[in-house]
Ligand binder design. Sequence first.
Ligand SMILES: CC(C)(COP(=O)(O)OP(=O)(O)OC[C@H]1O[C@@H](n2cnc3c(N)ncnc32)[C@H](O)[C@@H]1OP(=O)(O)O)[C@@H](O)C(=O)NCCC(=O)NCCS
Length: 389
Amino acid sequence: MAEEAVIKNTGLRGVTVADTKISYIDGEKGVLIYRGYRIEDIVKNSTFEETAYMLIKGHLPTSSELNEFKSNIASAASLSEYLADSMKLWPKDTNSMRVLSAAISIAAFHDRIDDVSLESYEGKATALIAAMAVAPVAWERIRNGKEPVAYSTDMSHAENILHMMTGEKPDPEVARVLDICLILHADHTFNASTFACREVASTQADIYAGVLAGLAALSGPLHGGANEKAMQMMDELKTEPDIESWIKNKLSKKEKIYGMGHAVYKTYDPRATILKELLEKLSAKTGQSALFDLCASVEDIAVKVLSEKGKDKIKPNIDFYSGTVYKMMGFPHDLFTPLFAVSRIAGWCAHIIEERFGLAQEKPSLYRPAAEYVGNYCGLMGCEYTSNT
Ligand SMILES: CC(C)(COP(=O)(O)OP(=O)(O)OC[C@H]1O[C@@H](n2cnc3c(N)ncnc32)[C@H](O)[C@@H]1OP(=O)(O)O)[C@@H](O)C(=O)NCCC(=O)NCCS
């Protein structure tokens, strides 16, 4: 049975399924590169808008290209009356990732989804970046009985997100931290949600269908949902006198420590290192240093305990810190994963475009992996059928 199968039970780890020119990870050395640039250089020198343009178009924009891109995002960033009215009818406790999926489905109502050209897909990517940013913060206001706040052409994307949530002019330093968070989450090669987007795009389904698949994959606690779980853990540990025993107890029950470990990084996730530094600064600025100290000590203890168990390659990933950063900025817990999508939409669109328009190397059009059949088998004639009814 399936004797030719060479690779078994891989979960696709280390299996190359396509070429890409968008991003690169060296998991052993802890290196992340977008379009040839190291993430450390990008966060020092760039903004989310410029990074998103680069991911989608393949090159850094000139200032006029960047201005046009920003103005296209702003033009697309109005909450449709239909969506606002619909949100008012949705149960207030609806899962916010479901809200986001519904908002993106509704955005597709207003678009020509049958228009398949590179130019049209790049335009749709801009509209999706706008729609993804507007929906979660509008939902936060509407479910609290407030009117949505409009996107402003005078502010950056990150400033707009904070402004659309609170209605107040954001602190520039806090907005810059959010901008960096958006850059850090914007792409990450063939992670679960991006692969879901590409897999759907490979069927020639439209860009919205691909993005909806990405949102579904991102919602899981082993992927984008980990930031909320990690924050819940910090909340629980605030009053815990013995963190080491708490962690040992979790591990003895075969439970995961959220925000730790990574399918590709076998050392520190470079995004977590950047975010930890930002969190320290943000905590000092917002008078929440005790929360930063707690995170840092949970990290130290978890790394030590895991290492004692021979798992010395399990280190914090970006989600260990991102939830705490968002909490310090005033976002509710259930918007942490949507915020991941607000950023990752740039990478998803870049990958859908690369997949759909064959911008890397040629490959078979449709993904179709094999599986090892380990079920009931009586030869190619099949087993003798005996009904149980
Ligand atoms: C992300 C993740 C799925 C990657 O895992 P992986 O390296 O592909 O492999 P596995 O999940 O199969 O884990 C391999 C081993 O390490 C352990 N491990 C991995 N991450 C762990 C964690 N966060 N806490 C405790 N144990 C962990 C597993 O229990 C498993 O142990 P075993 O071999 O004794 O069964 C995993 O690290 C995880 O679940 N992390 C928590 C969720 C999270 O933070 N996700 C965000 C990723 S950016």
